[in-house]
Design a protein around this ligand. Sequence first.
Ligand code: ADP
Length: 194
Amino acid sequence: MVAASPSSALRIVLLGPPGSGKGTQAEILAQGLGVPAISTGQMLRDAVAAASPLGLKVNEIMAAGELVDDETMADVVRERMAADDAQKGFVLDGYPRTLAQAATLQEILGGAGQRLEAVVQIDVPEGELVNRVLGRQRADDTEDVIRQRLAVYHEQTEPLVAFYRERGLLRDVDGHQSIEDVSKSIRDALVGAG
Ligand code: ADP
């Protein structure tokens, strides 16, 4: 298992479709590494619940299964990554989701003399994804919205797999296993990262 040390902070992205278990795995991995899990989906849901200006702006977009615009997301992520607790590294869940966001992330990190250590892709068969998400019963988890989010994932987010593979950062993990086995596979995939 990789360990976070002050000299080599660990900055990891989890990539995967809705229902792949990214959020759960981000929490487990972050806890093991002693770094924060940064979930943009959760941050936006919190903003909606608080009816903050950000929440009011993104509410309808999220409910429709569409993506919030790249500039808004850049502001959200830039601010969160500037916080003290993120200086020792982080596990990003839900960002980046477009090639433009991946470029923004490189810029933010590069500007601070930092870089990503690894991008973990969690693979789960499509039929299993819909079942899992339907079992979750969140406001944006009706079947139509899930199908829309999966379509958006294939169209906008899947190109990131090639983007990060070309940069030598991508690690593939089988997400169609128990929660414990997926987290073990992620830890194994990260040995040697950083
Ligand atoms: P899931 O992992 O189930 O796809 P998330 O919790 O990551 O869901 O995100 C929920 C919703 O929040 C997305 O459908 C989208 O509307 C919005 N969202 C989260 N992160 C981003 C992002 N990086 N860019 C644009 N929209 C985002």
